[in-house]
Write a new protein. Structure first.
Length: 156
């Protein structure tokens, strides 16, 4: 299990297993967000098993599955879960890419980071989010309207 830091108490990872949860609790993770649909591929651990392990370890567990490119509504829900967590959060999917995309859309939509910042943080963590750029621009334009800002959509 490889954890990749996005900052501000948020990490992402590929698929985790129930036996990983106690170690995550020891490392301080307080919330798990599963962005992977059950039965996406054979042999994948079901979310319910990881939820049970999380509950035993005192970790909050939220299942917000996404197939394909994430949508802004789900990104807002993930962002809300992360901001409401009592400590560090680990979001996971098959490879960590969808979870990273959801995080990026959520923080850009909330006006907490610019597109440039999320692209950089994702790249440092090993994720290329350029395919998400059209959605990030839409999220940034909504953040601009809500905050009265003008720089959230800057990419270059």
């Amino acid at each position: 299990m490889i954890l990749r830091e996005l900052g501000d108490g948020v990490q992402v990872a590929g698929q985790i297993r129930a036996e990983d949860v106690s170690r995550l609790a020891e490392e301080g993770v307080r919330c798990l967000v599963c962005n992977r649909p059950d039965d996406e591929e054979p042999g994948q651990p079901p979310a319910a098993g990881i939820r049970t392990a999380a509950e035993r370890a005192g970790i909050a567990f939220v299942h917000l599955p996404v197939a394909g490119l994430p949508d802004l509504a789900t990104a807002r829900r993930v962002h809300s879960v992360i901001r409401g967590a009592t400590g560090p959060t680990l979001a996971y999917c098959r490879t960590g890419t969808r979870s990273t995309m959801l995080w990026a859309l959520g923080v850009v939509d909330a006006g907490e980071m610019t597109i440039r910042e999320v692209l950089h943080r994702a790249a440092v963590a090993g994720y290329d989010l350029r395919a998400l750029l059209p959605q990030l621009l839409i999220a940034a334009s909504g953040a601009d309207r809500r905050t009265g800002g003008g720089s959230e959509g800057e990419t270059g």
